[in-house]
Write a protein that binds this ligand. Structure first.
Ligand SMILES: CC(C)(COP(=O)(O)OP(=O)(O)OC[C@H]1O[C@@H](n2cnc3c(N)ncnc32)[C@H](O)[C@@H]1OP(=O)(O)O)[C@@H](O)C(=O)NCCC(=O)NCCS
Length: 251
């Protein structure tokens, strides 16, 4: 069986491509995985790699969430998952040992919905609680026809208060778990945590108020490949093209 050990060096490009890319194909967006992993300090998070005869055959990453003693086990990926379940179990065992050692208050696991991975976590007592949907918009298609009048403008530091309120209101109730992981409703600087005002922030203004916004981090995934770091529309304005309008004007 493969040998699992903790890795203290940053994750290089090969691992996401060879393991995560092969395991999940289009279900994972590799530039994002790479960018997230490269920014993580291996002393603060648990990187575990399974090696067999000199090559990596599995990995898992225990992420310390911004809230103290809260963890998310992510990026469990196996070469030939169906015939490599023992390695998967060993990786999860090591990940659990790591969080138990430091003491934890909350532990969750996140995986693309591929059966062997879901089953592995279930075997360790995890219960599925939520599914994330990924929306893919073809930006070459004429999207972004907001119904009614809407103005799109660059947001600046003067808009901070509006952006702050908007982020809180627009992410509830569906993203309550996400806000909790980052400190809950007591946190007052969501805009700053999303990077505002760094990068490009576009607001969709209706009735004089910011009703939708899109915050971009230009070139985050390479030349000309921006990351949409924050994107939301107030509940009462959804489904009317307010979300896609700033995204299309940016692209
Ligand atoms: C996601 C969100 C920004 C979309 O804003 P919106 O103004 O409702 O989007 P639009 O009206 O511009 O929709 C554009 C297209 O996406 C589709 N769409 C929007 N939300 C969708 C959803 N939840 N599921 C499926 N399709 C969706 C629309 O049907 C539309 O498609 P069409 O042009 O073929 O009709 C908004 O629902 C929101 O703020 N959600 C909460 C925060 C969030 O989840 N942000 C994204 C992750 S951080």
């Amino acid at each position: 069986m493969a040998r699992v050990s903790r890795r203290f060096q940053p994750i290089d490009d090969d691992l996401p491509r060879e393991l995560i890319g092969r395991a999940f194909g289009s279900l994972e967006y590799l530039p994002r995985v790479r960018s997230d992993l490269s920014q993580m300090d291996p002393a603060q998070h648990g990187f575990f790699i399974a090696n067999d005869r000199g090559s990596a055959v599995g990995c898992v990453v225990v992420t310390s969430l911004p809230r103290k003693k809260w963890f998310d086990v992510r990026h469990l990926a196996l070469r030939d998952a169906f015939s490599n379940l023992e390695t998967g179990e060993e990786l999860i065992r090591k990940a659990m040992g790591y969080v138990e050692e430091g003491g934890y208050e909350y532990l969750k696991a996140t995986t693309p919905a591929i059966q062997p991975y879901v089953d592995l976590y279930k075997k360790f007592g995890f219960t599925p609680v939520r599914r994330s949907l990924r929306l893919a918009w073809d930006l070459a298609r004429p999207l972004g026809k907001a119904s009614g009048s809407v103005e799109v403008r660059d947001l600046s530091i003067d808009d901070r208060e509006g952006v702050e309120e908007m982020i809180m209101r627009a992410h509830l109730p569906y993203w309550d778990w996400w806000l909790e992981e980052r400190g809950g409703t007591a946190v007052r600087d969501w805009a700053g945590r999303f990077g505002f005002p760094a990068g490009t922030w576009l607001g969709a203004i209706r009735g004089g108020k910011i009703s939708g916004l899109a915050g971009f981090s230009p070139d985050a995934y390479g030349d000309g490949e921006a990351r949409l770091t924050c994107f939301c529309v107030l509940p009462e304005h959804r489904g009317a093209g307010l979300g896609s309008t700033p995204v299309v004007s940016y692209s």
